[in-house]
Write a protein that binds this ligand. Structure first.
Ligand code: PEP
Length: 256
């Protein structure tokens, strides 16, 4: 099966109304060049509505986080999945390592957020990844198996028919250090194997993104790995030329 490439920009807590307008006008150029793949931007929540207005159709919209609740109520500071849908979001990132490490999101919380996203009709991008210490001690597969296993146990493998997984080694995020193509391919194959153990068809269709210091100059080699179906891009998604070059690399490899 040929899976479609998805290049997703995680803007993190960056941007302003004026900076977003400049970035989006540059990203919106020559939309028809990217017809064989999908492009997605995930701005901070307060900008979702204005970004959606400026996207012009060719680029998809996603959020960086959502509440684990599925009904509106007294949850100060939280954002309900339905609200994200109302603002035009199709995707939402869940379990990013910054949320796990800085905001105490454990596997159970991430699993609830994944389920809440799907309950609202959003496609969750489930982030998993090991720390450097875990990789060096040979614990990568155990960590990823646990992180993915928590969601599989809560939502079932069928949920991955409408979900994306992003493998993001923590040691590669924002560090300029990238997984080798061999590390990326081996780890993605492991993750796909975890799904395949329960449902081969779903495993074959689930998009697996790589994230961690992806840039214009390393995108093509990472994206050319058999089990890498796109990228989750942090820093480089804030620079139009870099992000578009990564998208162009995906488009060039695309079979669609
Ligand atoms: C991320 O935050 O998801 C990420 C991959 O960041 P960067 O590309 O900056 O490493």
């Amino acid at each position: 099966m040929s899976r479609r490439y998805l290049i997703a920009g995680n803007w993190k807590m960056n941007g302003s109304l004026s900076a977003n307008a400049v970035l989006l006008s540059e990203l919106s150029l020559q939309q028809d060049q990217y017809s064989g793949m999908d492009r997605l931007v995930c701005p901070p929540a307060p900008y979702l509505e204005s970004v959606e207005r400026q996207l012009g159709g060719g680029i998809l919209l996603g959020a960086q986080n959502l509440s684990d609740q599925t009904k509106a109520g007294a949850f100060t500071g939280e954002v309900l999945g339905d609200m994200l849908v109302e603002l035009g979001c199709r995707y939402v990132i869940v379990g990013h390592s910054e949320r796990r490490a800085l905001y105490g999101e454990d596997d159970a919380t991430v699993a609830r957020k994944f389920a809440a996203a799907q309950a609202a009709g959003l496609i969750p991008i489930l982030c998993v990844g090991e720390t450097l210490e875990e990789r060096e001690s040979g614990a990568t597969e155990a960590v990823l198996g646990r992180q993915l296993g928590a969601v599989l146990a809560a939502s079932g493998v069928g949920a991955f028919a409408k979900a994306v997984i992003a493998y993001e080694p923590v040691w590669a995020i924002g560090t300029g250090r990238t997984a080798t193509t061999e590390q990326a391919q081996t780890t993605h194959a492991f993750l796909r194997g975890q799904l395949a153990a329960q449902d081969a068809k779903i495993a074959n269709s689930t998009q697996l993104l790589y994230g961690g210091s992806v840039k214009a100059d390393n995108a093509a080699s990472l994206l050319s790995c058999d089990d890498v179906d796109g990228g989750l891009i942090g820093g480089a998604s804030l620079k139009a030329a870099e992000f578009l070059a990564i998208c162009a690399a995906a488009q060039a490899l695309s079979k669609n």
